[in-house]
Design a protein around this ligand. Structure first.
Ligand SMILES: [Zn+2]
Length: 204
């Protein structure tokens, strides 16, 4: 297997940044199309969004060589660790379903304004895993402040989020009960609808 040469300059990844976001920022930085960068880093994909959900070992090794990282750190930028029980709750298509306004501000300060966090595609999240702020819903590229009409359910929702975030550590029956309870909450508390993997991104 011939590995690609490392890129001359590799940008620092933002905390919790998705692999596709990081690669797209490199395409912007070098002023080339994502498909051209993909060719340069040896993986031959037209778009990077799919890599967040499906990355094989050979692609991880190839990217590790081009991007000056280890295959493990490349793999950690994907959703692969959640693919087992939570796959259906991870947004697809490259458009985030949430955003954290605090982290967006920090990213802008750090010259990483277009960085997209992995957790922004995690449908079960209601708080930011980095700073603890309440996430905003994103629909059609617009962010909406969290609804306050369901404040009385907040503690319960927060416990549900924790349960789901640790779902891989739970026995299957408890995990299923927790997921059902949380989805029931989320579907009433989100005025813009509950994001799922199949949600249509009409304005994408
Ligand atoms: Zn945050």
């Amino acid at each position: 297997m011939i590995l690609p040469d490392p890129l001359p300059l590799v940008l620092e990844e933002a905390p919790d940044e998705s692999l596709s976001s990081w690669l797209n920022r490199h395409a912007e930085f070098y002023g080339i199309a994502p498909s051209a960068l993909s060719h340069r880093v040896g993986i031959g994909r037209l778009a990077f969004a799919g890599l967040d959900h499906r990355l094989n070992e050979s692609e991880a090794r190839t990217l590790a060589s081009a991007m000056r990282r280890s295959p493990t750190s490349i793999s950690n930028m994907t959703h692969l660790q959640h693919q087992d029980r939570l796959m259906a709750m991870i947004g697809r298509g490259g458009e985030p379903v949430h955003a954290c306004s605090e982290c967006r501000q920090r990213n802008r300060r750090d010259n990483q304004a277009t960085a997209t966090m992995k957790s922004w595609s995690h449908g079960w999240r209601i708080t930011c895993p980095l700073c603890g702020s309440r996430l905003q819903d994103v629909d059609g590229g617009k962010a909406y402040p969290p609804a306050d009409a369901f404040e009385h359910l907040w503690d319960e929702a927060w416990r549900g989020e924790e349960l789901i975030a640790n779902i891989d550590l739970l026995p299957a029956d408890r995990a299923a009960l927790g997921a059902v309870a949380f989805v029931a909450f989320a579907s009433v508390a989100r005025p813009h609808g509950y994001p799922t993997a199949n949600r249509a991104r009409q304005s994408a």
